[in-house]
Design a protein around this ligand. Structure first.
Ligand SMILES: *[C@@H]1O[C@H](CO)[C@@H](O)[C@H](O)[C@H]1NC(C)=O
Ligand SMILES: *[C@@H]1O[C@H](CO)[C@@H](O)[C@H](O)[C@H]1NC(C)=O
Ligand SMILES: *[C@@H]1O[C@H](CO)[C@@H](O)[C@H](O)[C@H]1NC(C)=O
Ligand SMILES: *[C@@H]1O[C@H](CO)[C@@H](O)[C@H](O)[C@H]1NC(C)=O
Length: 437
């Protein structure tokens, strides 16, 4: 007994030495990503009209990265993005998945042009108050990162902190959702990934399944075949603290137990009341009956969350900022790139209710003005912009020349950091226009 114990302890020691040796040889990946993305950074405040009317690129600066001190437990990384005030949501999401997570946290900074030091052109810098703001937030986020990293029962988190300066309060609504998704993905060290919004809790069945090597094998071969493995999404019927309690319970529940909650309508198909098209193609009736994966057809406005492969999953188009249609356009691109949709029989995610973001309220109001009252929006309205972007994307998909716009700095980093997996170069195929009607 003793001998075996000593033997295995020695083995573990050797193993650990080997790992730390390996890490010492390759400099910290987070640091390399940060330095690369910042290489051509030039301080510039983001402006509403330039962004909306001229697709001016975002001006993101990577301030810090933190890398998990743990080895990735599973070969699936959850990729997410959030604004600085949503760190509690990241903590909660991370507590529902004991595998690797890659996140980008974002701080928008308002810097009006009455500040002396930027009067001569735009070659300025953050003002002292904003510098202090960054310093404080980095410290705060770093503490939360450390708390997560100290634990063995939570996710293995790689985290990137970015900020962007704006010249108006309105412009600061332009949350760069897709740039952040793409940047967060750069940190992924596994073969499988799933970009999931930070307010979705992950069913404990996901982590449990990865304890079985067969699951990994199955999933890996599914996504190798350009299949998007769909995670059905739910939400509690009620908002507020009660809804959050239901979400926390549901992600730990068995599928049978979830079925009871679903029957009782305490959990619903995600956004069933306001946007049934988003998830109806998943077929929740069928899902509760199934024990095996099943295929579903793409339909317009479908926007499931899914597991993909780093080698083939498309990136997100960075022209989408703020709120609206970004995930719908992304899922439409999967269809264009000839992915099929395969619903996983045991995995799901559930929304943890929270306050609406300011930008969602703006876009929702504009959308209802247009769709209910026939209001003609000004060209620089955000809802006008995102519908136009989605229209361009659809026309490109129908003609067969659809492209995804990426940040030039990110593309440069993919070319210089050779350990990053290459950006997927997928062949798309013209889609039937009827699919969008
Ligand atoms: C932004 O664009 C709108 C509509 O094109 C225009 O009316 C407005 O004056 C512009 N604002 C600025 C600050 O240039
Ligand atoms: C959903 O699945 C059920 C059960 O398999 C099936 O009867 C039904 O036709 C499906 N619904 C749609 C819209 O495909
Ligand atoms: C698209 O994928 C299907 C299988 O999922 C395959 O049969 C078909 O040949 C593919 N189409 C093209 C144009 O590659
Ligand atoms: C995609 O890029 C090609 C070549 O750069 C261009 O001809 C085409 O118009 C682009 N498609 C769209 C939808 O922007």
């Amino acid at each position: 007994m003793n001998v075996i114990f000593v033997g295995s302890a020695l083995f573990v020691r050797t193993f650990l030495v080997f790992i730390s040796f390996g890490e010492a040889l390759s400099p910290n990946r987070g640091e390399q990503i940060k330095n690369c993305l910042n290489e051509n950074f030039d301080f510039k405040r983001t402006n509403w009209n330039d962004t909306i009317e001229r697709d001016a690129p975002s001006n993101l600066k990577v301030e810090t990265t933190w890398s998990s001190s743990h080895v990735s437990r599973y070969d699936l990384t959850i990729v997410t993005q959030l604004s600085f005030d949503r760190m509690p949501a990241l903590y909660n999401q991370c507590s529902t998945y004991p595998g690797p997570m890659a996140a980008a946290v974002y701080l928008p900074l308002l810097q009006l042009d009455d500040q002396l030091h930027i009067l001569n052109g735009e070659s300025g810098d953050l003002n002292p108050e904003n510098k202090e703001r960054v310093r404080k937030e980095v410290e705060r986020v770093g503490r939360i990162f450390q708390e997560i990293d100290n634990r063995n029962d939570m996710c293995q988190l790689d985290l990137m902190f970015l900020w962007e300066a704006f010249d108006s309060k309105q412009a600061s609504l332009l949350y760069p959702v897709n740039s952040l998704r793409n940047y967060a993905r750069m940190q992924v060290r596994t073969n499988l990934l799933s970009a999931i919004d930070v307010d979705m809790m992950i069913s404990s069945s996901v982590g449990r399944a990865f304890e079985h090597p067969a699951t990994l094998k199955e999933l890996t071969s599914a996504v190798e075949d350009r299949q998007a493995v769909v995670l059905p999404a739910f939400e509690p019927q009620r908002q507020g603290p009660y809804g959050r309690m239901v979400a926390d319970e549901s992600c730990k529940a068995s599928k049978e137990n979830l079925a009871i909650k679903f029957k009782q309508k305490s959990v619903l198909q995600f956004k069933l009341k306001v946007f049934p098209r988003g998830h109806t193609p998943t077929n929740y009736t069928k899902w509760f009956q199934c024990t095996h994966p099943y295929k579903v057809r793409y339909q317009r406005m479908y926007e499931p969350w899914y597991i993909g492969n780093v080698k083939t999953a498309p990136f997100h188009d960075v022209k989408f900022r703020g709120y609206g249609l970004n995930k719908i356009a992304h899922v439409a691109s999967l269809n264009y790139f000839n992915f099929t949709f395969l619903v996983h029989p045991d995995f799901w995610i559930i929304h943890r209710p929270h306050e609406d973001t300011a930008v969602r309220k703006v876009v929702a109001r504009e959308a209802s003005d247009v769709n209910k009252f026939g209001v003609k929006l000004p060209k620089n309205a955000l809802y006008y912009k995102v519908t136009q972007l989605f229209g361009d994307a659809k026309r490109g998909m129908i003609r067969g020349n659809f492209n995804i716009t990426l940040d030039t700095s990110m593309v440069r980093c993919y070319n210089t950091l050779t350990w990053l997996p290459p950006i997927p170069s997928s062949q798309g195929f013209p889609v039937d226009p009827l699919i969008f009607i």
